[in-house]
Design a protein around this ligand. Structure first.
Ligand code: C2E
Ligand code: MG
Ligand code: MG
Length: 256
C-alpha cells in the first residue's frame, strides 16, 4: 500500500500532451521516499519485481479505465518493464489479459524497455516483444544509447519509439560529442521510422536544438514533472471542455 504511480507527460513541441509515462513512487513509512532507481534493481535481484510489475500494469490499466469512464477519453500510458519481466513466460499474455478484462484499447498502452533489458535470453524476449506489438502496443526503447548492442536490437525487435537518454540531452549546448550523438540518434530514428522522444528536457536551449534536428516528442521538467492522478484528472477535464490551447503549460507555471 505504499506504492503510488505518477504520470509524466510526453508532449509535442507546443506543449500538447501526446501520452503519459507511469512512474512508480515508494513512500515508505519507515524509510521515507525511495527512488525507483534504488528499489527497482533490488527488486530485480530478489525476484519481487514480478509482483511489482503486475501491480503497475494492473494499477495503470485500472486508472485508464477510470479516466475513460469519467472523461470519455484518456491519454495513452507508457509502462516501464524490467528486463526480468521479459524473462517470464507469461508476461505478454498477462498484459494483454489485463487490458481485455478492463476493456482498454491497445492503442492506449505503450511499453518501455531498457536496452539492458534486452540482453538476456533473446528468443523469449523476441517472442514477447512481437506478441506485444502484434497486440497493438507501441514499444519504446528507453535510455537509448546507454546500453549496448542497441543497433542489433533495433533491427531485430518491433520497436517504434526511441527515447534519447537524459545524459545526452543534458549535454546540449556545452558538450559537442553528446550533441552529435543526439543528432545521430534523431537521424537513426527517422531512417528506422521510429518516433524519437527526448528525455529530461530542462531548458529552452535543449528544446530548440532538439526541434531543429527533428525530434518529435519531449519529456522533462521544462514541460512537466511527473503528475499526480489528481493533476492528470484536472488536465483531462480541461481538455474535455475543449479550453483552447490547453496543454501542460496551463497547469504548470511555464516561464516563456
Ligand atoms: P525512466 O523510465 O527513464 O524515467 C525517467 C526518469 O527521469 C524518471 O525518474 C523521471 O522522473 C525523471 N525525469 C523526467 N524528466 C526529468 C528532467 O527533466 N530532469 C531530470 N533530472 N529527471 C527527469 P524516476 O521516476 O525516479 O524513475 C527512474 C527510473 O526508474 C525510470 O527511468 C525507470 O527506469 C525506473 N522506473 C520507474 N518506474 C518504474 C516501474 O513502474 N517499473 C519499472 N520496471 N521501472 C520503473
Ligand atoms: Mg521510461
Ligand atoms: Mg529513460
Amino acid at each position: 500500500g505504499e506504492f503510488q504511480l505518477c504520470y509524466q507527460p510526453k508532449v509535442h513541441q507546443d506543449g500538447e500532451i501526446e501520452s503519459l509515462e507511469a512512474l512508480l513512487r515508494w513512500q515508505s513509512a519507515e524509510l521515507g521516499p525511495i527512488s525507483p532507481n534504488e528499489f527497482i534493481p533490488i527488486a530485480e535481484r530478489s525476484g519481487l519485481i514480478h509482483a511489482i510489475s503486475d501491480h503497475v500494469v494492473e494499477t495503470a490499466c485500472a486508472q485508464l479505465r477510470q479516466w475513460l469512464d469519467r472523461f470519455g477519453r484518456a491519454w495513452p500510458v507508457a509502462i516501464n518493464l524490467s528486463g526480468k519481466d521479459l524473462q517470464r513466460e507469461d508476461i505478454s499474455a498477462r498484459i494483454a489479459g489485463v487490458c481485455e478484462r478492463l476493456n482498454i484499447p491497445a492503442n492506449l498502452i505503450q511499453i518501455e524497455i531498457t536496452e539492458t533489458g534486452l540482453s538476456e535470453n533473446g528468443e523469449l524476449v523476441a517472442m514477447h516483444l512481437h506478441a506485444l506489438a502484434q497486440h497493438g502496443f507501441a514499444i519504446g526503447l528507453d535510455d537509448f544509447g546507454t546500453g549496448y548492442s542497441s543497433l542489433a536490437k533495433l533491427s531485430e525487435f518491433p520497436i517504434s519509439v526511441i527515447k534519447i537518454d537524459r545524459s545526452f540531452v543534458s549535454g546540449i549546448g556545452h558538450h559537442e560529442r553528446r550533441e552529435q550523438i543526439v543528432r545521430a540518434t534523431l537521424s537513426l530514428a527517422q531512417v528506422l521510422d521510429c518516433i524519437a522522444v527526448a528525455e529530461g528536457v530542462e531548458t529552452r536551449e535543449q528544446l530548440v536544438f532538439l526541434i531543429e534536428h527533428g525530434c518529435e516528442l519531449f519529456q522533462g521538467y521544462l514541460f512537466a514533472q511527473p503528475l499526480s492522478v489528481k493533476e492528470v484528472a484536472l488536465l483531462l477535464e480541461m481538455n474535455v471542455q475543449r479550453v483552447p490551447g490547453v496543454g501542460v503549460n496551463s497547469l504548470i507555471d511555464f516561464d516563456d
